[in-house]
Write a protein that binds this ligand. Structure first.
Ligand code: HPA
Length: 274
């Protein structure tokens, strides 16, 4: 994925929209209702954008949606790309490079994740405080200094300031937020009980199959990131229950309203700050 490819994608998006996006939002499985809240939406199918990959998973749409949400111009990914679909890790993170060239400074990433922390329940929302990466690093390869430095710090990958905004928004809405470390595996198989136990031992609170490569590229490109997980299933070592993809989606759908109002409120707070 060359700088020229990324520029072409950026130029195409610019040609389709009338305004400047300031926030990008990546919607995870079952969270696309947020996109329906966008006013005066311009829907740009991924297949129309030069060099953009196309999403293949059930429950994932494939559109970039531009419009106004609670006072801010947002560019929203309805459906993301997963490494397990067979894309290269650079393809997975192509959109974040495009967001960077568009001048977007804030990225909100959402996902569905398995609860590893014993205190978590299905339907909880977790504010991601940090991550542990078990996926390939998307920065492997030649470094393009136009985006960022060779060895970027991940000391505060999830902006403290944005986390404070999210905690405040949640408390205004009466939503209790969990907080914790997100572990990223490649999937697509769910974890074995031993793997869930390993993540717990390592201090992870949730595990999923996305987000972290996107965050690494966004941080490398100088963006501030807010990460939110819907806990779609929980690991319980006493029971032998197996989650299914359908169950995961059902549980996310049930919590989607909470996530939608939280993200809207956060975006509102950000646009009021400016
Ligand atoms: N593991 C990994 N990814 C997930 C899970 C899980 O339990 N639930 C939703 N995404």
């Amino acid at each position: 994925m060359s700088y020229e490819d990324i520029s072409e994608a950026k130029n195409y998006i610019m040609s389709r929209i009338n305004g400047v996006p300031t926030v990008a939002v990546v919607l995870g499985s079952g969270l696309s209702p947020l996109a329906e809240e966008i006013e005066n939406p311009v829907v740009i199918p991924y297949k129309d954008i030069p060099h953009f990959p196309v999403s293949t998973v059930k429950g994932h749409a494939g559109n970039l949606i531009y419009g106004s949400l609670n006072g801010a111009n947002v560019l929203c990914m309805q459906g993301r790309f997963h490494y397990y679909e067979g894309y290269t890790i650079q393809q997975v993170t192509f959109p974040e490079r495009v967001f960077a060239l568009l001048g977007i400074k804030t990225l909100i990433v959402t996902n569905a994740a398995g609860g590893v922390n014993k205190n978590f329940n299905c339907g909880d929302i977790m504010l991601i405080t940090d991550h542990i990466n078990f996926m390939p690093n998307p920065l492997i390869g030649t470094n393009d200094e136009r985006f960022g430095e060779r060895f970027p710090s991940m000391n505060e990958a999830y902006s403290k300031e944005l986390r404070a905004v999210a905690l405040n928004a949640a408390s205004e809405l009466g939503i209790s937020l969990q907080q914790g470390v997100y572990a990223a595996g490649t999937g697509p198989s769910f974890e074995t009980p031993a793997e869930y136990m390993m993540y717990r031992t390592l201090g992870c609170s949730a595990v999923g199959m996305s987000t972290v490569p996107e965050v690494i590229v966004a941080v490398h490109s100088g963006m501030d990131v807010l990460g939110l997980s819907v806990i779609s299933n929980v690991f319980n070592e006493q029971s032998n229950e197996q989650q299914t993809h359908t169950e995961v989606l059902d549980n996310v759908n049930a919590a989607a309203k909470k996530m939608v109002s939280l993200v809207k409120n956060v975006i509102g707070a950000l646009s009021n700050k400016k």
